[in-house]
Design a binder for this molecule. Structure first.
Ligand SMILES: Nc1ncnc2c1ncn2[C@@H]1O[C@H](COP(=O)(O)OP(=O)(O)OP(=O)(O)O)[C@@H](O)[C@H]1O
Ligand SMILES: [Mg+2]
Length: 489
């Protein structure tokens, strides 16, 4: 069946070149429309349920629905965090900011050397009594972003508990001794840990090891800054348990952190993440647009670590806000193209509360198999992916030839009961009885996603997508709607 293609329509145009940013953000604030009908308006309440945009490369995710939403959120005065996979993403956002009159709010973190964010000291100030556990969780989350094992891989629980233990014994030692933690000292502890039980008794190791010296200082602080049983647990871990763990297990646990720490202790990355703080997630919540201009295509895992830090800490900062009069609190967005590089299971948990904390997440990705790979490719990983993407309630499916994604999209939209006319007893010489046969079919079969227009001059700059939002009936009376977006509007 051919759906009527609904014309593109957009709210929030500039009036006389001046931007009218709202001062309050009620749930029914209209942001944009997916068709000419007011019934297809996306409001702030919709945006907070999260958006997923899928589509094969070049099928219009960015220039179609992506562009419409990005500019609608900017026009409505949202703060924002943009995580970059591609090299041209920062320029795209520069353009969006210019077109919406928000240039003054743009901060291109990583490009502009005047901005830095010391995330450990930021978290230390923000955390209060839970400091140790919060820093451990932050480091786990950052390391997890590049490690599929931490997101649904084999024996995930075991590895995560080992990693947490390692970090607790680093952070738990540094905090009482120095009163704070930083990546340099964490690295020094990890690098000077004993390799086996004999080394723990060797005089040269004891004389040169930063870990051993810190342990000695902690022992002197027992009863004042560290409780005796806590000191015993830490000393026992470093002097007995850690060196006697079999080498493969130990190196597997350490590998995440040696890689991460090494990445952060060098050059520009050290300067922007380990010195002072000029910009933080609090600025995003106050209306800045931070583009983490360290694209994965150029910076590889460092770009992913950087994005993970910003995303995790923005999610946490949003949860610390008081929400007495929610309408007066500016919403913010988290934007991730090629979102599989930046997602973890904490996003799934966060998405279940994002609505209350006024965060509108937008994830773009080509297909589900790319996501599965980042989540370990195991059954557990696949479940995590479905659960995470399922929690983004608005889905805009652009053209796709990937059968896994198309079938998942069909299933997400749901089945309907179809009736077909059937002829019974149609054998030679018998009379025909006409009946209605009932069968279950996908309401939006996967073939619908194959031929959607991808913009460009050939298609008169129209990008098509199929829109779905859990529980919503669109203006066409159905749970899904084919809509079109103009690339050059
Ligand atoms: N403003 C525009 N005018 C005309 N064509 C455009 C415009 N922007 C993008 N295109 C073209 O439209 C098609 C869709 O591009 P777009 O970048 O939106 O796809 P995408 O789904 O985001 O792809 P990818 O997965 O590679 O990011 C491409 O052929 C692109 O070259
Ligand atoms: Mg794109």
């Amino acid at each position: 069946m051919v759906e009527r293609i609904l014309p593109f329509f957009q709210l929030g145009q500039k009036a006389h070149g001046r931007l009218n940013i709202p001062r309050s953000w009620p749930d029914n604030l209209p942001l944009c429309r997916l068709s000419s009908s007011a019934k297809d308006t996306l409001t702030l309440a919709d945006a907070k349920t999260g958006v997923l945009i899928t589509g094969q490369t070049g099928r219009g995710k960015t220039s179609g629905p992506g562009r419409l939403l990005a500019k609608a959120y900017l026009r409505a005065g949202f703060g924002g965090l943009v995580l970059c996979a591609k090299i041209d993403e920062a320029d795209l956002w520069r353009k969006y900011l210019h077109e919406t009159g928000r240039e003054a709010d743009g901060i291109f973190f990583g490009e502009d050397s005047s901005h830095s964010f010391n995330f450990l000291s930021y978290e230390s100030v923000a955390s209060g009594a839970d400091l140790e556990e919060n820093i451990v969780n932050l480091m786990i989350e950052v390391a997890r972003i590049t490690n599929p094992q931490g997101k649904g891989g084999e024996n995930e629980e075991f590895w995560q508990s080992q990693r947490k233990k390692l970090l607790r014994n680093i952070v738990g030692l540094l905090l009482p001794v120095d009163g704070n933690v930083d990546l340099l000292r964490m690295n020094a502890i990890l690098n000077s840990a004993p390799q086996d039980s004999t080394q723990t008794r060797a005089a040269d190791w004891r004389n040169s090891s930063a870990l051993f010296k810190t342990l000695a200082r902690a022992e002197q602080l027992v009863g004042t800054r560290i409780r005796e049983h806590e000191y015993r647990l830490i000393a026992d871990y470093w002097l007995h348990e850690h060196p006697s763990t079999d080498t493969r297990t130990r190196s597997n646990v350490i590998a995440d952190y040696t890689g991460l720490l090494d990445a952060f202790l060098r050059g520009k990355i050290y300067d922007i993440f380990c010195r002072n703080t000029t910009i933080s997630p609090d600025d995003i919540l106050a209306g800045k647009i931070v583009v983490v201009a360290l694209p994965v295509a150029a910076y590889h895992e460092v770009g992913r670590y950087a994005a993970a830090i910003w995303k995790y800490l923005l999610q946490r900062a949003s949860q610390r806000r008081k929400l007495d009069q929610p309408e007066t609190i500016r919403p913010s967005f988290i934007w991730a193209d090629e979102a599989q590089y930046f997602s973890s299971s904490t996003d799934q948990i966060f998405q279940t509360v994002a609505r209350s904390y006024r965060i509108a997440t937008v994830f773009l990705t080509q297909n589900l198999p790319n996501y599965y790979v980042e989540f370990g490719g195991t059954e557990a990983g696949v479940h995590r992916v479905h659960s995470l993407l399922g929690n983004l309630a608005i889905k805009l499916f652009c053209g796709n030839d990937d059968t896994v994604t198309n079938e998942w999209a069909s299933k997400t939209i749901d089945k309907t009961v179809q009736y077909r006319v059937s002829l019974n007893g149609a054998q030679a010489g018998e009379g025909h009885a006409i009946g209605l046969a009932q069968s279950e079919e996908f309401d939006c079969p996967s073939r619908n996603f194959i031929g959607l227009k991808n913009g460009t001059a050939v298609n008169r700059y129209l990008v098509e997508a199929i829109a779905f939002q859990s529980g919503r009936r669109w203006s066409n009376g159905r749970s899904w709607m084919k809509c079109s977006f103009k690339q050059n509007a």
